[in-house]
Each structure stands twice: as structure tokens, then as C-alpha cells.
Design a binder for this molecule. Sequence first.
Ligand SMILES: *Cc1c(COP(=O)(O)O)cnc(C)c1O
Length: 385
Amino acid sequence: MTEAFLPFAKPSLDQAAFDEVIDCLKSGWLATGPRVKQFEEMLAHYLNVPHALALTSATAGLQLSLLAIGLKSGDEVITTPLTFVATLNTIAINGAKPVLVDIDPATYNINVERIEAAITERTRAIIPVHFAGLPVDLDPLYALAEKYQLRVIEDAAQAIGAKYKDRLIGSFGDIQVFSFHPNKVITTGEGGCVSTRDENLAKQISVQRFHGIDREAWNRFSKNGSQHYDVIAPGFKYNMMDLQAALGIHQLAALESIIEKRTLLAKRYYEKLSGWPELTLPTLPAFSHRHVWYIFAPLINPEAAGMDRDDFILAMKEQNIGIGLHYEPAHLYTYYQQQFGYRSGDFPQAESVGSRIVSLPLFPDMTLEDQDRVINKMAVVFKRK
Ligand SMILES: *Cc1c(COP(=O)(O)O)cnc(C)c1O
């Protein structure tokens, strides 16, 4: 009997979420409405911030955040080359330049010590990315931002529930952007949100996510609402649907147990794979933190493994195991080379990690037997005895 294909990620949705979606469909309110409002209140409460704004994606959140801080053509924004390309795309599409700073090869996060040297008169903001759900070292980063009067937009797409020291990511600083894509820690299908303590930023993001209209759309149709509205800025169509929020309400309620399961699986990978010369396991920083294990991403050591990363992914696929790739460094993409002159060799740590990194299967509904199967198949692929 052949075993079923095991994907590297899969959303874990419970019966309450399924029921909520059916209730939402039956209610007739599919677009932004009471369930989005409830989800936003839950997010704001969980993150302990005054403003949590639900959106269609984290990409939309990055775009709206960059507009809200007043990013202009010719500005520079400092970020990492080891991220999903949306981080860079949203900078570039506004006519600004993503100025990249190499990663710390231990944590795969931006090397905060190297940021200061990249700051120029054009620098407007820093976008740290909490890679895999492990927080960037934020105290020195925010100290720099204050010294140079820079905005910080945390790309927390992978990091809902993560803690820096004892503080939840999203509960301090300027703006955080979260993703609820199906592969992420929790999901609404597509979806995302922005959290901020800043009233003005919240107002602008709220207005520009819906055509620049200065009022929640659903008020207009409620008993006390009027059909009139004003437009105070050009805006997008980035509002979350109630159908999405129906999932989010129950995913957020399950977040702590989801993080527990992700952490258990990560710990077991550390236990079972430690000492394998074919792999370099991820390193954890010295500061106290809570990692949320969006992915468990070791590096393949090609010499010891007898194969490179791409061969490993193919070999595991033949064993019915899905392996993810997060990410090849963004400065190697054609657009970023042509537009900004980036070249192979510019960020050697990101290139070394990006050419060897793999994401092993890890999702809340994965069983320990599933995980043992992954490890056994890795032993087969590496021809371990
Ligand atoms: C997934 C991801 C995004 C984009 O999230 P979407 O919700 O799919 O737009 C942005 N940045 C990082 C670091 C991500 O992992």
C-alpha cells in the first residue's frame, strides 16, 4: 500500500469554523460585516492594541502601511533579502528602493548590527521580517529607528503569537502586518491584518483599504446609516470578507493550542535530527522569546548529504513527502537585479542559507506518526544506516 502524500503545510480547521462559515452564508452577509468586526475586536484584544484592521492579505497590509507612513518615490526602505518577495514588491511598486541588509546566518533574521551602515538621508523605514515566526532582535532595532527618526513596519506575516522577550509581536512599536494565508500559522483562506497603536495610521489604513471612503461600508446599510459617504483619499479594495472572518474567529480562538502543537513538532525534529551531519538545524537566539514555528527550516549540507537542496526536495517527493522552500534570496530575482543593480554575491549569508534551506512538514493536524514517517524517509534519502 502506498502512503498518502504528506504536504509540508496544511490548514487545521475545526467544526466550529465550518459551522460559522455555513451560518455566515445563511445570514446573507458575505462581505465586510459583523464577523469582520468581531474578528478585529478579538485581534485587538489578543494583541492588546487599540487598532487591528482586517484585510485581504498581508501584502495589502504592507502596501497600506507604506502609504500611511507617507512613503514617496525615491525613498529607501531597509529590509532583508531572505523573505517572501511581497516585502520587497510593496516597497518597489511605490517607487522606493528596497535597501537590503544581509541576514544573521544563525537565526536567518536580518542582522540588526549591520542596519546602521545602510541608513542614508533617503531612508524612511525599516521592515524587519520575523522569519519562520522567530522574532528579530527588536530592542536595538527600535533604538536605531528612534535615533534616525525612521518608521518600523514589522512584517509579522509568519509570526502571530510570537513573543519578543515577554511582549507579544504586534503589541508594541509602530505597525505590524500579519498574514492568514492557508500556509501561515492561522488562516482565513487569503487574508491578513495590520495592528497599530497610532490613531492616525489606523485611520488612514482603514479608509484606504476601502476606496478611501470615510466610513465602514456596512454602516451604510444598517438601520441608522445613511446612503451618503465621503471620499478623503484614493483607496484600494482590500477589505476582508465576513466569510474569511468566520474562519479567523475560530482560528484565533485555537491559536494557543496551534502554537503548542507546532512547538511540540519542532522540538521533536530537534531531538530526532540532532547530530545528523547532512543537516544544520536552526539556531535560537540568546534573548528570551516565543517562536511560533511557521516552518521548521534546516539547511542541507550537500557534502555530507551527497545531494544538494533541490535534489533533496525531489527525492523526498518521490517518497511522498512534500518539502517547502522558503526562500531563495529576493535580490537574485530578475526584476531586483535589473531595477536596483543587485548581483549574486551581494549578500553571501542570505545566499548560503537560501541555497540550502528546506521547510520540513509541520502543521497542527500532523500526527507524530506522520512526523516519524518524514524522519524515516529522510534517513532513506540520505542512505543512513
Ligand atoms: C506570506 C508572507 C507575506 C505575504 O502574505 P499574504 O497574506 O499572502 O499577502 C509577506 N511577507 C512574508 C514574510 C510572508 O511570509
